[in-house]
Design a protein around this ligand. Sequence first.
Ligand SMILES: Cc1cc2nc3c(=O)[nH]c(=O)nc-3n(C[C@H](O)[C@H](O)[C@H](O)COP(=O)(O)O)c2cc1C
Ligand code: SF4
Ligand code: SF4
Length: 256
Amino acid sequence: MTILYFTSTGNCLAVAKKIGGRLCSIPQMNKTKEYTFSDDSIGIICPVYGLCIPPYVQEFIKKAQFNCSYLFGIITYGFIDGAVCKQMEALGKEKEKSFDYLNTLKMAENYLPQFEMGKEIRKWSGEKGKKEQEEKLNQILADINSKKTSIHHDTYLDQLLTKAHEKSYAYNCGIGMTKHYHVEEGCKGCGICTKVCPMHNIQIVNGKPVFGESCISCLACTQNCPQNAIRLTNEKSRKRYRNASVSLQELIGANQ
Ligand SMILES: Cc1cc2nc3c(=O)[nH]c(=O)nc-3n(C[C@H](O)[C@H](O)[C@H](O)COP(=O)(O)O)c2cc1C
Ligand code: SF4
Ligand code: SF4
């Protein structure tokens, strides 16, 4: 099994690790220009951004070739998943191999402008949250292992919401979230933000990060700064989030 994943705070990598197989990060595949994948089963795991599949992941799927008998996708989200399965299904139909299985999985919400990270951490580390996530993930694992054919049904309302977001897409490449960033005195110039950025959009100049113009708003830099020194002017909390089963080194390995 080959798993292609994209992650900024580890949720998708945690799911990828649970499924197992050959784990390939999409930023690494882009870096090495590896776009042809051959295996019995191939899976894509990515987050929801603005009720859509992140454009960065969409572009990768458009370029990729999947030689497999079973193609699946799991899209993680924190609040509302919209019609991401329909969107992913449409991407697959453009290719030689279309998706056999698509599902969504609710996990901690990492969108700092709207959600408080402390609350998310408490919710998903508590018994109820853990059980909810484990049950759904176990179901997905059983489905994949039995090569079930099923596309998660998106409601008409989900489809309308995603269509509306697609039109005024707020999370595209460009200046992105960094226009809301400022770096506090606590920054030690360690460069970790440069290593977790999948777009190589950060440079350390005179001991401080300087952001470029190809941000995709993934929030990896601010969520993973060891000094918690990158502030968003519109953040909901000072607290930051990284999935408990993923280390900073693993995230660096995925996105550097
Ligand atoms: C820019 C951005 C936009 C997001 N938009 C949504 C959204 O529309 N709906 C939702 O439920 N979660 C949204 N999220 C939350 C992520 O989809 C969710 O936390 C995901 O599990 C993160 O995966 P990761 O830790 O692997 O990066 C958004 C996160 C970011 C950074
Ligand atoms: S990760 Fe944090 S402390 Fe390190 S250079 Fe970036 S902003 Fe500064
Ligand atoms: S600058 Fe920060 S938010 Fe933008 S792509 Fe890089 S890590 Fe993600």
